[in-house]
Ligand binder design. Sequence first.
Ligand code: ADP
Ligand code: MG
Length: 619
Amino acid sequence: MINQGNISIHAQNIMPIIKRWLYSDKDIFIRELVSNGCDAITKQKMLTPDADCDWRVNVTVDEQAGELRFSDNGIGMTAEEVEKYINQVAFSGAEEFLKNYEGDDKGGIIGHFGLGFYSAFMVADKVTIETLSGKDGAQAVRWESEDGMAFSMSEGSRTMRGTDIILHVAEEEKEFLQTFRVREVLKRYCGFMNTPVYLDTVKEDVPVTAAEGEEVKPEEPKAPERINATEALWLKSPKDCTEDEYKSFYKDVFHTFEDPLFYVHLNVDYPFNLKGILYFPKLTNDFGTREGEIKMFSGQVFVADNIKEVIPEFLMLLKGVIDCPDLPLNVSRSFLQNDGYVKKLSAYITRKVADKLCGLFNTAREDYQKYWDDIHPFVKYGCMRDQKFYDQVKSTLLYKTTKGEYFTVEEYFAKHEGKLGKKIVYTNDPTRQSASVAMYDAEGVDVVVMDALIDLNFLSFMEYQGGVEGLQFARVDADSDTFTRDQTEDEKKANEEKEADLLNVFKAATGKEELTVKLAALKDESMPALLTQDEQGRRFGEMSRIYGQDFQMPEMHTLVLNASNAVVKSLMSAEGEKRDLMAAQLYDLARMSTRPLEKDEVTAFLTRSHKLLEMLANA
Ligand code: ADP
Ligand code: MG
C-alpha cells in the first residue's frame, strides 16, 4: 500500500500562515503535538471508558538520531482517517469526532487550538506519522512528508494502538534536540494538561572504558520525567480545596517560598466557562517595579501570560491562573478587545476580586488590616483604573495612621468630629516630618501615612472622583488651622497692619522672595512660628517632578508668626543685625519641623546660632 499525493487544502493555504509564526512562537509546535496526543487519548477513553490502561503522551528527545518523537496510546488513525484529517487540512478531526460521538461529555478535547499538526513543519525537515487505529481490523499506517505539501503513505510499523509523530529536526532548529529546552517548553504549555505527559531522553552510547581492575557499570537509564505532576487545582470545586493546597499550588506555579496573603477562586460554568485562582502576593518591592503574573489557560493548555485583552490591567499586579476554554485565544488578540463576551468576563473577574475584599473587610477586619499594607497599592490602583471597582470597594479603603491604627474615611471623620471638618491630615514622610506629626499628636489629631508612590495620585483621585462630599487631604504642613485660635476683628486688623513690614524683614533676612508672612494667634504661646506650604501648589510641583517636567515650581511658603509670642514681639521691636539674625533663625526653626535642614542650611544655621549666643553672652 503506497500512496503519494499532495495535501489538499480547501479553505486556505496553511503553510504560509504557519511559516509566519516561525519568528515568534516557534515552540508552540510542541504544545500542538502534545495536545493532539492528549485528544487522541481522551477520545479513546470516551469510547472505552472502562479500559485499564496507562494513558500517557511520551516526548522523546533523541539527539543522536536528530529526532523529537511524540507518542501516545490514544485512538490512532486508520488510513482513511489520515487521508481525511491529515491530508485534507480543512477538516478539523476534533470537531468531527465530537459531532459523531454520542454523549454530551466533551471530555476536555482541545481540538482546534492553534496551528495544529502542521506546526511540526516549523522545525522539522521531515515528519513521520506511525499510527495504528483501535478499530477492528485496522492496519498500521505510515505517513511521511518533508515540506508539509507532498506526502507519501505506506504500511506502518506500529503494533500497539496509538500514534507516534516523529520529527526529524532541521539543522537550524537543533535547540529542540536539547532536553532542557524541550522540558522548558513542555513545562510552560503542558504543565497542567489532563493526560500524563512524560519527557524522555535517549542517552548517547558513550563507550565506557574502565581503569584497570575496575568494574564497568553501565549508567542507569533515567526514568521518563513526568511533566504535568501538579494538579490543575483551579478545576476543583472551591469547597474541596484546602488552604494547604492553595498555598502549595501557588508556590509550585510561581516558584516562590512565600505564602500568598489570600486568594480568590473563580469557578463558573454559566454564562461563561471560567475557572481560575487569583492570589494576592506579599508586597516585595516598591509598587512601581512590581509585576504580577496571570497565566491564561484554555482547557488546561497554557496560552500566554498576562493577556491584557482579557484581564483588567490593574489585576495584573496579582498572580494567578485563569482558564477560559471557550475563548478563542489563538485568534487575533485585537479581536478580543472589542468582544462583548470578553468584556463580561473581565467585569466578572473584577467583581469577584472586589467581593473578596469586601468579604474580608466585613467579616475579618483584623486580617484585612494586616493585609492592607501589602494590598493597598493594588486596591488604590484598581480604584483609579476602574470606576466600578471603586464603587464596590470604596467602603473598604483604609488609612493607616502613624500609630498603626486603620481608619476608613467615615471613621476618621467621626473620630475628629468638630476638629477638622472633612479634612484628612497626612504625612508622606513620617521621619522627616516627625516634628509636625508630633504637633498634631499633641492636639489629638491622627495623622495618616500616605508615603507610597501611588498615594500622590490617589489623594487627588479621592478628592475629585471619590464621591465623598468635601473630602480634602492636607499634609501636616499644609495649614496652621489646627494650631491657631480665632482672633477678634481688632486683633486681626492690628496684625494685618504689621504684616507688610514683617514680610520685608523676613525676605531680607532669608533671601526668600516667594515667602508670605502672616501674624496669627497660635494656641501654644511658647511656639513662635510655623511654616506652611499650600497643599495644591506643592502637589502640583511634586507631580511635575515625577513626570519629569523641567520647570521648577517655586516653593510657596507662608510663615505663620505667633503675635502673642515673646520672641516675635521682641523681633518686631529689634533692629539691625539682631533683627535679621532673629528672623532668619525663626524661619529655620519653623522650617525644621517640616523637614530637616539641607547641608548648606545647616552650616548657616550653626554659624547664626553661635552669633546669637555670643550676643546673649555680651548682653
Ligand atoms: P485539530 O486538533 O484541531 O483537529 P490538528 O491539525 O491538530 O487539528 O489535527 C488534525 C487531526 O489529525 C486531529 O483532529 C486528529 O483527527 C488527527 N490527529 C492528529 N494527531 C493525532 C494523534 N496523535 N492521534 C490521533 N489522531 C491525530
Ligand atoms: Mg490539534
